[in-house]
Write a protein that binds this ligand. Structure first.
Ligand code: 5GP
Length: 195
């Protein structure tokens, strides 16, 4: 990342939620944003097709060619290929006074940390594998897709545990959100900038 991009990030904190598919990262992210006007959720780009259960606001859905063009133009803060689809965070541009919340995969979080070591990575873990499976199935994905996602979970958790500053188990949504809010409050007290 060019130095000018790093300078752009000096005025806000970056909080990164990671965790296996089905753990509830998206639900937690939405609850955090709804409760905190000083937190801004980055909207990712993806080449994956929209699920029937999705409204269309979850991502900017683009063709692979368009995504690759944006990579060439250094348009992403981080990007990664996940199970055959590309996902990327555009260069963050939050409203003044807001901190940035990213909900991304572990490869993306590794890139964020390389570029911005002060980013706060929070790993969300599920209380059990069966809860992950239930949640993945409820999204309407195929059995094969769910099986592939579950197979990659142990590796995602192992990398996540190695890079996360905090680990939160999502056995109760309200409690998990409160724990993350406390982490963010602490971050705001002790880390005024990302420099
Ligand atoms: P899904 O297809 O289930 O919505 O997301 C698949 C994975 O991609 C999830 O782990 C999700 O957090 C991750 N993801 C979503 N947006 C981004 C992004 O901008 N960058 C990266 N690296 N991963 C992302």
């Amino acid at each position: 990342m060019p130095n000018s991009s790093v300078a752009l990030l000096d005025n806000f904190r970056v909080i990164v939620l990671i965790g296996p598919g089905g753990v509830g990262k998206g639900t937690i992210a939405r609850a955090l944003i709804a409760a905190d006007p000083s937190l801004w959720l980055s909207r990712s780009w993806t080449t994956r097709t929209r699920r029937e259960s999705e409204s269309g606001d979850e991502y900017v859905f683009v063709a692979r060619k368009e995504f690759e063009y944006a990579i060439e133009r250094d348009g992403f803060f981080e990007w990664a290929e996940f199970h055959g689809n590309l996902y990327g965070t555009p260069m963050p541009s939050p409203p003044v006074g807001c901190d940035v919340l990213l909900e991304i995969d572990v490869q993306g979080a590794q890139q964020v940390l390389e570029r911005l070591p002060s980013a706060c990575v929070i790993l969300i873990k599920a209380p059990s594998m069966s809860s992950l499976e239930d949640r993945l199935m409820s999204r309407g994905d195929s059995m094969e897709h769910v099986a592939v996602r579950l197979a990659s979970t142990p590796n995602e958790i192992a990398i996540g545990e190695a890079i996360a500053r905090e680990i939160v188990v999502n056995d109760d949504l309200t409690a998990a959100v409160s724990k993350i809010q406390a982490i963010i409050e602490e971050l705001r007290r002790t880390r005024p900038t990302n420099s």
